[in-house]
Design a protein. Structure first.
Length: 146
């Protein structure tokens, strides 16, 4: 390493880290359905849906769309959401039948899953934490990233 080389000092967040931060955010600030964030404009930390909480976990602030993130944070945001979708597909799949009687298997949208009328805050928080645990199980060995 050259004397002028500055190694990165920021730890790289994993999707599991982001999902745990999103779960903690929802526990502290509240969960909602039908919108990314509550409409209380005076609150710097509004209640959020699953996707909104992941955005706040990546940015540290309210996001209107992922393009407001820098490239690294946007990639982390998209990876974290992909981990949630993979988890929901594996453990809470949607089994629908089309008009011809064939089973349809589609990727679960975290937006529609969050907004299901029977969903609760605890369901969402539990899914975020379980998805994080599953990512760790698949990607770490002895506490270190593989």
């Amino acid at each position: 390493m050259k004397a002028t080389h500055q190694p990165p000092t920021d730890p790289q967040l994993t999707p599991a880290d982001v999902l745990r931060m999103a779960a903690l955010y929802l526990r502290r600030h509240g969960w909602l359905q039908g919108s990314y964030y509550s409409t209380d404009a005076d609150s710097p930390m509004p209640s959020a849906c699953l996707v909104g909480a992941v955005g706040i976990a990546c940015a540290g602030r309210r996001l209107e769309y992922p393009g407001q993130l820098d490239r690294t944070d946007e990639a982390t945001y998209r990876q974290a959401l992909a981990v949630v979708v993979d988890y929901l597909d594996s453990y809470q799949p949607i089994c629908a039948v089309d008009e011809d009687g064939f089973f349809l298997h589609e990727h679960i949208s975290p937006y529609s899953w969050n907004d299901d009328p029977g969903r609760t805050a605890e369901d969402v928080i539990t899914a975020l934490e379980a998805a994080a645990d599953e990512w760790d199980r698949l990607h770490t060995k002895g506490g270190e990233n593989q």
